[in-house]
Design a protein around this ligand. Structure first.
Ligand SMILES: Nc1ncnc2c1ncn2[C@@H]1O[C@H](COP(=O)(O)OP(=O)(O)OP(=O)(O)O)[C@@H](O)[C@H]1O
Ligand SMILES: [Mg+2]
Length: 309
């Protein structure tokens, strides 16, 4: 009896074929499951980062509403306090004039004793000088408050101001000229690819570039071989601007708060913490986005995306 006719061998071959087929199917299924699993993991990661971004944007939107409210509430009292102080300044001048006339036309010896002793008991020369200074300081303080209120409004607005067709690269070049002195000891590398003009508010966008460059210069203070790179390029229907530095970088706790109004790590008087939040507001109002990646002690990179309209 040949092997072909042997029913045991035939059964064995059949069983072997079936086993191999089952193994192949199992392998295929495992591969499919593995791929699906990986796709799921990727989607999960994407979802997680999108959720974090959404939470961040929501937080900033809430802060925007809050800022607009606070700015509005402060604006009214601020306006009348400033106007009252200016009026007080002109009243003071009138009183001072009366005093000069009095002292010129009525020498102290001829004054009624009550007035004379009152004038002698109070140092009116000093009071006059000090009153002028106090009012000037007050007006200066009010100006600062007005600036902060304006910054809050800038952060909060979602209505873009006047638009015009402009070249982003030109804005960068002119901002760099403005910053010649602060960037004096820093190597500035530029790769500005030709870009189409976009509908924008150029002075607002220049302010964003200025804020980013000033921060980069601050981060490079005292670092060796300080360098800032500025790149612009067109990517599909978006203009990308990246500004990176090899400065001190930021820990995650700073990165996650960078766009929050008044968040600063700088000393009092050095930073108000409004630069990045205003920039965020400006870029958003242009329908764009601003992102940052940073590594402590290595540097930071900011990317702005603006739609080509
Ligand atoms: N390029 C950078 N490198 C390192 N840290 C940065 C950089 N840009 C911003 N930061 C950090 O983010 C914080 C917030 O920046 P933002 O520009 O809003 O405020 P500021 O620079 O502190 O003050 P302001 O811009 O109002 O004068 C900074 O205090 C700093 O800690
Ligand atoms: Mg700043």
């Amino acid at each position: 009896m040949s092997n072909d006719d042997n029913p045991y061998i035939k059964a064995y071959e059949r069983e072997k074929r079936a086993r191999l087929e089952a193994e192949r199917q199992l392998e295929d299924s495992s591969r499919i499951i593995y791929k699906k699993n990986q796709a799921l993991e990727d989607s999960y990661e994407k979802l997680k980062s999108q959720q974090a971004l959404m939470l961040k944007q929501e937080k900033l939107a809430t802060l925007g509403t809050l800022s607009a409210g606070v700015a509005h509430e402060i604006n009214n009292p601020l306006a009348f306090v400033a106007s009252n102080v200016s009026t007080l300044q002109s009243y003071l001048q009138l009183y001072q004039h009366v005093q000069t006339l009095l002292e010129t036309h009525y020498p102290r010896e001829t004054m009624v004793p009550a007035l004379r002793s009152y004038l002698e008991a109070n140092d009116f020369e000093y009071i006059n000088e000090d009153a002028e200074e106090l009012l000037e300081d007050t007006l200066e303080g009010l100006k600062r408050v007005a600036n902060i209120v304006q910054s809050l409004k800038n952060f909060a607005y979602d209505q873009p101001a006047k638009r015009q067709s402009a070249d982003i690269n030109e804005g960068i070049e002119s901002t760099l000229k403005l910053l010649k002195l602060p960037l004096e000891h820093i190597e500035v590398e530029k790769h500005l690819a030709p870009l189409p003009n976009i509908d924008c508010n150029p002075s607002e966008l220049n302010q964003v570039i200025l804020n980013l460059l000033t921060n980069a210069a601050d981060a490079l203070d005292g670092r060796s071989q300080p360098k800032i790179s500025i790149k612009t390029y067109l990517n599909g229907s978006e203009i990308l601007i990246t500004i990176s530095d090899n400065g001190c970088g930021m820990p995650e706790s700073v990165v996650s708060n960078i766009f929050v109004p008044f968040f600063t790590t700088k000393d009092v008087g050095k930073g108000t913490g409004m630069g990045m939040s205003i920039s965020y507001g400006i870029v958003e109002s242009h329908g764009g986005s601003i992102e940052v990646i940073s590594e402590e002690d290595k540097g930071s990179e900011f990317t702005i995306r603006l739609p080509v309209t």
